[in-house]
Each structure stands twice: as structure tokens, then as C-alpha cells.
Design a protein around this ligand. Structure first.
Ligand code: PLP
Length: 451
């Protein structure tokens, strides 16, 4: 596997930056960023090129999404060709072959029993679509009273109104006092430092936390609950890995009460855990899965809800004729995204990237856990090619130390993420052992440098 650094950066891209005033940046401290911008101008394989001409090792696959590495020839060529053949086709009452082909390819990869695919764009749309499909399903089944959703504390399901309601991040809700979904509860999260600190892979303790669902069922009635939605491994709130037996227990309780189980696999899908999906890795099959990010290697936005055929059949057959689901996006199944998706799946398959991730998992975990004893570290977590390095927060300034560590790593040539005081790493799956060494040597250096 070759990893040539980009030679596509022109001196003008490096030297002349546009005005920074007009752009309102998402999930960013705009004022601080604009005072000291961190600009990326090119990318190839494992590296970004910064505007000041430095090579930055991508320790996060962009934003957990560039699983096959950057600017891969096959994907670039497929997008180019599709843009010149048919740039766009309307998805309502019209179709184009490659969106069907991609759905069929995905259905073959998905856990057995999940083989219907509804396309949208970002992960947030996939989540809101899944929630709407759950509601439509229960209406079609003659159980319209099932409107309650159960999410989980420290869950991230994007930023649509549905996603922030079932999501478990207070900060993402409190600025928006709108009435969101009418009936939502949250399971407790599974992060338990006292019992599980420094675990490799799945923690031993905490399966019983799934039983909180039983209490909600006792309180509201199981037949009022439409669906439970969780991330199998929570990514954005700091890499929280499910305790052994936890997902199985949730599945069992949902089954006992006919509740739909949705896995939000926007991060965990497409090889991140060393298997095609978290459902495959943990051998627990939900009723629906949301995916995005790695589905197109992030080259064109695309997301999808993948559902059991029974869900599709129930909704579609409930209507005598005409449109069965009043939902969709102008860009559902966009030709460029579908072309990128097919080319991406080809690369995953031909290069065996999910197997490659699995084969590197133990080297990766060794490198993560070698940080034990480094300054500020209070926990290390690893699974597949994902790591969480939790730091002791600075007194009175939660998140500040994590952010400083992120800045220091960037200065030292490695891009990681900080989420609160947890550092997260999730590089492209084409990585070599030398990249793993570089990531964790740099993190260690950064931890020695921050106060
Ligand atoms: C688990 C999960 N769900 C949904 C989303 C939202 O995806 P997007 O940012 O593409 O809307 C994310 C994004 O990180 C995610 O991690």
C-alpha cells in the first residue's frame, strides 16, 4: 500500500487565504478560530496538507469518515465520470440504476435480515428518517400509540430535531427551547471509570445498565414505546464501548416488548471496529441501522437507513396505492454519492480494509494502552481502530486540557479530536504500524507539553 504525500498544493493555495469574516463555522469557536486559523488545503491517503505547507497525519479519518484514506483514485474517477454522465436525477417517482445497485450491494454486506435501504444525505437525516420510519411502521401496524423514543445519555445522533431529542448531550439541546419530540426518555450511559478503567475492548461491568429500559417500560407501558436508539459504541462523547452482554440484554428486552431497536452506526459502520458493522462485530442485530460517513468515504455526503424487510413491507403494504411514505430528500440517492459509494465499497472489498483493521487491532490497542501513566491520563479505551484517551479535567475548566492537547498534536503534525477531556483517534483503515507509532508518540509528547 503506497502512501504518497500530496503534491497538488499550489503556492497560491498556501499563501493567500480569503477573508474569514463571512463564514459561520459549525460546532466551532468562531472567534478563536479566526484569530488563529487551522486551514487544510489538500489531502492524500493518510495525510492532510495544511495551508502553511505542513504534512499532517490524519489520526481521525477526517471526522470518523474517510475510512479508505483520502483522494483515492477509484472514488475520484467514479465521481468525475458520473458528474459528466448524469449529474443529477430526481428521486421522487424517478430512479437511476446505480442507486438501486448501491442498495443491493449494501444489503449484501448488512447483517442478515436487514436488506431495505432508504437514502438521504448526512447522518442527521438518516437518524430523523429512522425515527419517522419507526412511527410510520407502528401506524401501519395499527399501534399508533407507540410514539415514545428511548435514547441514551451521552448519545450523539446528529443535529436534526429528532436527533437532538433522542441524543443525550444537553449542550446540543439547551440553545433550542423548541418543543422537540413529545415523548423521549434516556437510558443511563455505560461509562463507569470506577469499575472499568483501562479496559481493552469491551468492559466487564455494566450489562445490567440495560435494565433501565425495563423500568421505563414499567412506567410508560412497553406498548407506548416505538423504538430504542443507541450508538453501539458512542463516538462523539468520548469512545464509550458497550459492556459485555449489554447490547444482547437491550435486544432481549426490546424483543420481549415488541420495541424496535435502532443502532446508529454512522461512526461504527464500514470497518471502524474491524468488522463491517458494530452489529456484525457484537453479533447483535437491530431492526434498523443508520449509516453515513464511510458509506462514500466522505467524498460525497450520503447517509442511509437500513431496515428489516418486514418494516418496509408493513409500511408499503399498508397503503392501497400511491406514495407509501411521505418522506424523502431532493438529494436522496444522488448520482454522485451513489457512484462514490459503489467505488468506496469496491475499495473496502478489494483491499480487505475491514480485515486489515481487525489485523491491526491488537497493535493499535498496545499503542493506546502504552499511554498508561502519561501525564493527566485517567482512562484508556480501545476497540477496532478507535481509541479514547480520557484526561483529568483542569479544575474549573472542563474540556480545556483536552482542547490544548488537540492543538498541541496539530502543531506536532497529527490531527486528533478532543471531545471534552477525552482525546479520540480513528485514522483511515489503510494505516501502517508506523502511523500508529507516530499518532501515539505525538499524543504522549503533547500530554507532556500541556499543563
Ligand atoms: C453516531 C452519529 N450519528 C449521527 C451523526 C450525524 O451525522 P452528520 O454530521 O453527517 O449529520 C453523527 C456524526 O458524527 C454520529 O457520530
Amino acid at each position: 500500500m503506497t502512501h504518497t504525500l500530496s503534491d497538488t498544493v499550489t503556492p497560491s493555495a498556501v499563501n493567500s487565504l480569503p477573508s474569514l469574516d463571512e463564514l459561520w463555522m459549525p460546532f466551532t469557536a468562531n472567534r478563536a478560530f479566526k484569530r488563529a486559523p487551522r486551514m487544510l488545503v489538500a489531502a492524500k491517503d493518510m495525510h492532510y496538507t495544511s495551508a502553511d505547507g505542513r504534512q499532517i497525519l490524519d489520526g481521525t479519518a477526517g471526522l470518523w469518515c474517510v475510512n479508505a484514506g483520502h483522494c483515492r483514485d477509484g472514488i475520484v474517477a467514479a465521481i468525475r465520470e458520473q458528474a459528466g454522465t448524469m449529474d443529477y436525477a430526481p428521486p421522487f417517482q424517478m430512479g437511476h440504476p446505480i442507486e438501486f445497485e448501491l442498495a443491493e450491494r449494501l444489503a449484501r454486506m448488512l447483517p442478515k435480515g436487514i436488506d431495505r435501504v432508504f437514502f438521504g444525505n448526512p447522518g442527521s437525516e438518516a437518524v430523523d428518517t429512522a425515527l419517522k420510519i419507526a412511527l410510520a411502521y407502528w401506524q401501519a401496524k395499527g399501534q399508533p400509540q407507540r410514539v415514545r423514543f428511548i435514547g441514551r445519555a451521552r448519545g450523539y445522533h446528529g443535529v436534526g430535531f429528532g436527533g437532538i431529542a433522542v441524543g443525550g448531550i444537553e449542550a446540543n439541546r439547551k440553545q433550542f427551547m423548541a418543543q422537540m419530540l413529545p415523548a423521549v426518555d434516556h437510558l443511563p450511559h455505560t461509562h463507569d471509570l470506577a469499575r472499568n478503567a483501562y479496559t481493552r475492548g469491551q468492559p466487564e461491568h455494566g450489562a445490567e445498565l440495560a435494565d433501565a429500559l425495563e423500568q421505563m417500560i414499567a412506567k410508560h407501558g412497553g406498548d407506548t414505546i416505538a423504538a430504542v436508539i443507541i450508538e453501539p459504541v458512542a463516538g462523539s462523547t468520548g469512545v464509550l464501548i458497550p459492556p459485555k452482554g449489554y447490547l444482547e440484554r437491550l435486544r432481549k428486552i426490546c424483543d420481549a416488548h415488541g420495541i424496535l431497536l435502532i443502532f446508529d452506526e454512522v461512526i461504527t459502520g464500514f470497518g471502524r471496529l474491524g468488522a463491517s458493522f458494530a452489529a456484525t462485530k457484537f453479533n447483535v442485530t437491530p431492526d434498523m441501522m443508520t449509516v453515513a460517513k464511510g458509506i462514500t468515504n466522505a467524498a460525497v455526503p450520503m447517509g442511509a437507513v437500513c431496515a428489516r424487510a418486514a418494516i418496509y413491507d408493513t409500511i408499503v403494504n399498508a397503503s392501497s396505492a400511491g406514495i407509501e411514505l411521505f418522506h424523502g430528500y431532493t438529494y436522496s440517492g444522488h448520482p454522485l454519492a451513489a457512484a462514490a459509494g459503489l467505488a468506496t465499497l469496491d475499495i473496502y472489498e478489494k483491499e480487505g480494509l475491514f480485515e486489515r483493521a481487525a489485523s491491526l487491532e491488537s497493535y493499535w490497542a498496545d499503542a493506546v494502552h502504552a499511554l498508561r501513566g502519561a501525564p493527566h491520563v485517567i482512562d484508556l479505551r480501545s476497540i477496532g481502530i478507535v481509541a479514547g484517551v480520557e484526561l483529568e479535567p483542569r479544575a474549573g475548566a472542563p474540556g480545556a486540557r483536552g482542547f490544548d492537547a488537540f492543538l498541541k498534536c496539530f502543531e506536532l503534525g497529527v490531527m486528533i479530536r478532543s471531545t471534552g477531556d477525552t482525546l479520540a483517534m480513528s485514522p483511515p483503515l489503510i494505516l501502517e504500524k508506523s502511523h500508529i507509532d507516530q499518532i501515539f508518540d505525538t499524543v504522549a509528547k503533547a500530554l507532556r507539553a500541556v499543563n
